[in-house]
Design a protein around this ligand. Structure first.
Ligand code: PLP
Length: 395
């Protein structure tokens, strides 16, 4: 099947359905082999040793490259493994410009691991070209963007930043975990590399840990292929299969995640115990216009601030349908408290500067019925209010 001819829903549904030549199996099988027999000296089936290339993983990698409009795809053992592989493009003395409101694990990798190898990073509002210009140093090699950011959902103009980066000979890397290629394709907007925590929406079921890299251009793709094999943080055959299984329903899931998230974000905007809702699908969000211009839809997560930090603990305790857990992007709804969970590794002063404070909750909206989710949130907020007010009266 040529992916160019079909719309993305069809490409997704047919991942791996097309290439198994021996039996015609509709789903590409799990090749649980690490070594591959050579026909004779100097010949290869195309597979030698599975760290370098493995059949099931190769089908996933090809699909990833096609979906993200890139030239090559690489499947890694986690999103962090994908990030580590990409950051290894850089050498001691190199400098990166990075989105300010960043996934905590990426910040930790840069500040506590990459820093040991002499790679430095400046954190700026990547939607402010003058801030980018100010952060640029003679040794700057790349710009790393998350858009929208997690948890504050700040939107960066990928086209504008990629253009600026190209003008200065810098590589643009986009973490596209939150929107997936179903809603946003950064390479089409000018980026050079896309990374994913495929653990999130691509896998979609909170049951497989995986990362993906997609690159544009022959030279860059060859360099990443070399690093992917040399570092070896590759995805196993069974996980590759499971990820493809999840990706087949990506279109349906993203549409439901989006509609649920928008309805609940609107509901919470009018809730007396909520002061702010951060969701780029809301017309009053500062990134609304850019988001609409560069993406065909919105993610299923948003953050909100409750009016009193004392509500947080009882809200998390009283939720019934929504689980109090970190992670995002699965069919099951999860509520996270970023300041103590996902973003705990970011120093308090940095968290405060971006607004990840003690009143902020992040909601990864699942595909349950929207009315059940709203009911669960409402009862938890009400129970929290009753506890906090009861407590104050007793003081
Ligand atoms: C989860 C996440 C990561 C890390 O991915 P893992 O699969 O957990 O290693 C990176 N970036 C973003 C935006 C994430 O949400």
């Amino acid at each position: 099947m040529s992916e160019k001819k079909y719309r993305i829903e069809s490409v997704l549904a047919q991942i791996g359905s097309i290439e198994e030549p021996v039996t015609g199996a509709v789903n590409y099988p799990i090749y649980q082999a690490t070594a591959f027999r050579h026909p004779r000296l100097g010949q290869s089936t195309g597979f030698d040793y599975s760290r370098t290339k493995s059949p099931t993983r190769a089908v996933l990698e090809e699909a990833a490259a096609a979906l993200e409009a890139g030239d090559a795809g690489f499947a890694c053992s986690s999103g962090m493994a994908a990030l580590q592989t990409v950051f290894t493009l850089f050498a001691s003395g190199d400098h990166l410009i990075v989105s300010l409101d960043l996934y905590g694990g990426t910040y930790r990798l840069l500040e506590r691991v990459l820093s040991k190898y002499g790679v430095t990073a400046s954190y700026v509002d990547t939607n402010d070209l003058s801030a980018l210009e100010e952060a640029r140093q003679p040794n700057t090699k790349a710009v790393f963007i998350e858009t929208p950011t997690n948890p504050l959902m700040m939107v960066t103009d990928i086209r504008a930043v990629s253009q600026w980066a190209r003008d200065h000979g810098l590589v643009t890397i986009v973490d596209n975990t939150l929107l997936t290629p179903f809603f946003q394709r950064p390479i089409e907007l000018g980026a050079d590399i896309v990374v994913h925590s495929a653990t999130k929406y691509l896998g979609g079921h909170n049951d497989v840990l995986a990362g993906l890299i997609v690159s544009k251009g022959k030279e860059l793709s060859e360099e990443i292929a070399f690093l992917h094999n040399s570092i070896g943080a590759v995805l196993g055959p069974t996980d590759s299969y499971q990820l493809m299984r999840g990706m087949k329903t990506l279109a349906l899931r993203m549409e439901r995640h989006q509609s649920n998230a928008l309805a609940i974000a609107k509901h919470l905007q009018n809730h007396p115990q909520v002061t702010e809702v951060f969701y780029p699908g809301l017309p009053d969000h500062p990134g609304y216009e850019i988001q609409n211009a560069q993406s065909s839809g919105n993610t299923g997560i948003f953050s909100f601030r409750v009016s009193d930090a004392r509500y947080v603990e009882p809200v998390l305790r009283h939720l019934k349908l929504i689980a109090f857990a970190e992670s995002l992007g699965g069919v099951e709804s999860l509520m996270t408290y970023p300041a103590v969970q996902t973003h705990a590794d970011i120093p308090a002063h940095v968290r405060d500067a971006v607004g990840v404070d003690d009143r902020l909750l992040r909601f990864s909206v699942g595909i349950e019925h929207v009315d059940d989710l709203i009911q669960d949130l409402d009862q938890a907020l009400e129970a929290a209010r009753a506890e906090v007010e009861g407590g104050s009266k007793n003081e």
